[in-house]
Write a protein that binds this ligand. Sequence first.
Ligand code: SF4
Ligand code: SF4
Length: 158
Amino acid sequence: MKILVTNPEKCSGCRICEITCSYFHEQIFNPAKARIQIVSNKKEAIFYPLICEQCEKAPCSEVCPVKAISKNDETGAWVVDVKKCIGCKMCVQACPAGIMNFDSDAGVSMKCDLCSGDTQCVKYCPMGAIEYIDESKISLKRKSWVGKKILATVSESK
Ligand code: SF4
Ligand code: SF4
């Protein structure tokens, strides 16, 4: 199974991922309708792509009173069935990552569905800040990123 992984150190804050996501899913260029969010601290020039973790036991799905969020067994993505969604926003409140979005025009929740396996944010990010890789390679990749950060911090403080 493949999952999304972010490399915040590469993110420039251009927000092309948000625009691409909203266009792919909603056919409009509007970051408010994206399933990925760029969190930024402009003062310190820090940008962080916030993505759905596709939790193993997803709180968004567990709290939904009408069982509108179910797992796609092929991609592993939790997917909102907009025909079932009643717009109660319980999932928005339950998401520990704060990444569940809500389409107030349509009155339904929006979340990352991994673009059915053809991840658009990964495809169009000019910095390579988001990857879609096999789950088995994750811990090694994350460890290597954390290791580089620690080394950088240590050498800066010398
Ligand atoms: S907003 Fe929709 S998907 Fe979310 S909990 Fe309510 S009914 Fe379920
Ligand atoms: S929307 Fe939130 S709760 Fe649901 S799978 Fe993604 S990270 Fe987990």
